[in-house]
Design a protein. Structure first.
Length: 303
């Protein structure tokens, strides 16, 4: 129990950090425009993770650079630009729930690119998530959050595409997750810095608030959060891990309510609940598959 408790505690801590990260991002964007903020945040996060490699005894220099470059464009440059831009245009809680539709896009992409067909409970999860998206977006109203909603869903699609790329990369030959994350983050930060330099935005206000939030997001939430995730994932079943991460968008909506007074309407809350239930269904499905797979791998005890 003690040994299992540590990974669960690490995973819960990571979920709290990642959930609050959406609200912290909104606070940071008070003093910085989204493109400058994204470039600065991801550059510092990449440097922190690169520093972890020699400190943990991992090889420093990257391997399979072309694959990492392709992954970097999708999972760092595109994903974090879209998600930060969405938070700048909208509210953290709503954006977090929309971006966390990533698992459903991953399911859809896995069918043509990995040959993994959608089965059983996964169809139910996709249907629930679809209804949840409609309830949150409410396309019949076409109110001012339309741009933020579109950016958040696009970020979820980019995250799902990145997940497929990671799976294909790992299927070819396993790569250390922290090394892979650090280097793809570093490579993905290069176009972000170039774009932030070229794109006209207001200068950053280097307030105490901004410096604290930048440190919190870059070092604590991204750097330490990723180490907690890798530690938990290596000591827990994937289904269990995914269930605990469901806390992240809930933390985002609660902390956004505390800081910014975000108050979702009844229909929006219903949509968020539907997406949460859909994620729970996917987690249960993953745990059931993992349990069945482990049973098949056990040796036959009969004489």
């Amino acid at each position: 129990m003690h040994l299992r408790g540590r990974p669960l505690l690490a995973l819960l801590t990571m979920s709290l950090l990642w959930g609050y990260g959406w609200t912290a991002m909104k606070i940071g964007l008070i003093d910085a425009e989204p493109f400058k903020f994204t470039a600065l945040r991801m550059s510092l996060s990449a440097l922190c993770l690169l520093a972890v490699l020699p400190l943990t005894g991992r090889p420093f220099w990257p391997t399979r650079v072309p694959e990492l470059l392709r992954l970097a464009v999708v999972q760092t440059s595109l994903l974090f630009t879209l998600s930060t831009w969405a938070v700048a245009q909208g509210t953290p809680g709503r954006v977090a729930f929309l971006v966390y539709t990533m698992p459903f896009f991953t399911l859809l992409f896995a069918w043509p690119f990995l040959g993994e067909r959608v089965r059983g409970l996964q169809w139910l999860a996709i249907a629930l998530a679809g209804c949840g998206l409609v309830a949150i977006i409410q396309p019949w109203h076409m109110h001012g959050n339309g741009w933020a909603n579109g950016l958040a869903i696009a970020a979820g699609i980019a995250w799902g595409a990145g997940a497929i790329m990671v799976k294909r990369l790992q299927n070819r030959a396993p790569m250390d997750l922290i090394s892979m994350t650090a280097w793809q983050m570093f490579f993905g930060s290069i176009p972000l810095v170039a774009f932030a330099y070229w794109f006209p935005e207001a200068p950053i206000v280097w307030s105490t608030r901004f410096i604290f939030m930048l440190f919190l997001i870059s070092v604590v939430i991204t750097g330490i959060g990723w180490m907690l995730w890798v530690y938990a994932l290596s000591n827990l079943e994937a289904g269990t891990a995914s269930m605990v991460t469901l806390a992240a968008p809930v933390v985002a909506i609660v902390t956004s309510s505390m800081h910014f007074g975000e108050r979702p309407g009844p229909l929006e809350l219903a949509g968020m609940c539907l997406i949460g239930i859909a994620l729970l269904v996917l987690s249960v499905h993953a745990m059931r598959n993992a349990k069945n797979a482990s049973r098949k791998l056990k040796p036959n005890d009969s004489p």
